[in-house]
Ligand binder design. Structure first.
Ligand code: TYD
Ligand code: MG
Length: 457
């Protein structure tokens, strides 16, 4: 029987399998296993043998390097998320749901980059050049010298780039590109992997900054997933709720800057606008103080950000009461409900609980725990908190409050936006309170007593 050298891998989690199966053992996804041709024959059985190689130059840690030369794209929010601008010879992956605004953002970035006198090329495998020009008109960028191409054959693209020697290339999107020595369709794991590999090595070799656009599957992974993430230097996710105009660009991996940094944009009729003061924006629709509404003073990356946390608690008609969360971790919500029940005697049994982070924002900081607890209790008791109050602190399973980082920055931001009072964990040294009236509390029980007074369970 002829020996085949084909292998199979899952398009959703990237796990490799010996043979095709209807369901991936690794992630449980149905119908996601695809056949793929191997990238190379793999390592041979022989060792390197006795032939000597070249001696590699070693250096110590004291050797001083020049700082990385960075090029600004002219969009401040994007530059900050990248860690201070684009690094030459680097590869950036921008992931996001279809229709969230990746092409818009990167066309704006490439066009502004070209306006600074550097050479930028925007290659689209999805749209014709005329469609891109139409978008550029809408974005009012037709005066920019950025060059466009509508192509999906990677061999042709690399030949063009070799001749043109640009400083920046945008590839929109990696799922539409294909290399001709692999048989599978564009977008399959082996094609995506080969394309990303070719482009990142090309970027390193030629000193070009490459930005790859990657569509995310409905489970929130970039198709051909982990494979691409580890090949590139920086991974950015473009997120936001479809119905909201805010978009958040979040760094999840960055070899040249802090991860977790965010940039905030607003989708308008004429493209994406930068939002320099996001706190004001996230709070702008806030009505009068209402039951279940609490302002959390958070930190995203290096920047303080105030967001409104909303909770609704209602009698449930179901046997299993609902727990619905938007923009926060549902496991964390269960934990806080459990702490409130067993440490403070506040039961949410038989009640539906809804939690929402306003403005389409996602929060992952544990520092939001206390604000969430406050929103839940305020909703349950149907009492509203003072409108000039911000809250932060991490709740531990014992019901105690743990100190959190950068409290001064949080307080300063709150003061700037007109807040005057704050609740914070007591085991925290504060260098300055920025003139805020800070009430320090030890545990959730004290917090409830200070904030809500007597509550019957
Ligand atoms: P797009 O950049 O094409 O998304 P992606 O490349 O991530 O798939 O964005 C498409 C959406 O953005 C579309 O629904 C229309 C909207 N949009 C605006 O609201 N204003 C604009 O100026 C542009 C160009 C797009
Ligand atoms: Mg697009």
């Amino acid at each position: 029987m002829a020996k085949t050298n084909l292998s199979f891998s899952c398009a959703s989690c990237g796990a490799s399998h010996k043979k095709w199966a209807g369901r991936c053992d690794a992630c449980g996804e149905w119908n996601s296993i695809q056949e793929q041709a191997p990238l190379a024959a793999g390592p041979g059985t022989k060792t390197l043998g006795a032939t000597k190689g070249r001696k590699v130059q070693l250096s110590d840690l004291k050797t001083e390097d020049k700082p990385l030369p960075r090029a600004n794209c002219g969009i401040e929010e994007l530059d900050r998320v990248l860690g201070g601008g684009l690094v030459p010879a680097s590869a950036v992956l921008v992931g996001g749901d279809p229709g969230i605004g990746k092409s818009t953002l990167l066309l704006q970035a490439a066009a502004r980059f070209a306006l600074t006198g550097k050479k930028a090329i925007y290659v689209s495998g999805e749209e014709a050049a005329s469609q891109i020009r139409m978008r550029a008109q809408r974005l009012d960028l037709t005066h920019s010298p950025v060059q466009l191409a509508s192509e999906s054959n990677l061999r042709d693209i690399l030949t063009t780039l070799e001749a043109e020697q640009p400083d920046l290339v945008v590839i929109d999107s990696i799922q539409t590109m294909w290399v001709d020595h692999i048989d599978s369709a564009p977008g399959s794991v082996s094609q995506v992997r080969a394309v990303a590999h070719e482009l990142t090595t090309f970027a390193k070799r030629k000193g070009i900054a490459v930005i790859l656009v990657g569509h995310v599957t409905k489970e929130g992974q970039i198709a051909g997933p982990r494979v691409v993430e580890h090949m590139v230097d920086t991974v950015l996710y473009f997120e936001g709720e479809r119905g909201h105009q805010f978009r958040i660009l979040r760094a999840v991996k960055n070899r040249f800057g802090p991860a977790d940094e965010i940039g905030v944009f607003e989708m308008t009729g004429a493209g994406l606008d930068e939002v320099r003061n996001p706190s004001a924006l996230f709070l702008s629709d806030r009505e009068k103080p209402a039951p279940g509404s609490v302002v959390f003073a958070g930190i995203e990356g290096t920047r303080p950000l105030l967001v409104e946390i909303q909770a609704l608690v209602a009698q449930s008609a179901l046997a299993n009461a609902r727990r619905t969360v938007v923009g926060w971790d549902s496991g964390r919500l269960s934990m806080i409900l459990a702490v409130l029940e067993s440490r403070c005697g506040l039961s949410f049994n038989g009640m539906d609980v809804y939690l929402n982070i306003a403005g389409g924002m996602r929060i992952s900081e544990p520092a939001a725990d206390l604000a969430v607890a406050a929103a839940l209790i305020s909703a349950r008791q149907d009492t509203s908190l003072a409108g000039d109050l911000v809250i932060f602190g991490e709740i531990s399973l014992s019901g105690g409050l743990r100190p959190i980082s950068q409290a001064e920055a949080r307080l300063k931001e709150a003061k700037k936006l007109g807040f005057s009072g704050a609740f914070a964990p007591s085991r925290m040294k504060l260098a300055s309170t920025s003139g805020m009236n800070v009430k320090k509390v030890d545990d959730v029980g004290t917090f409830i007593a200070d904030c809500f007074g007597e509550i019957e369970a």
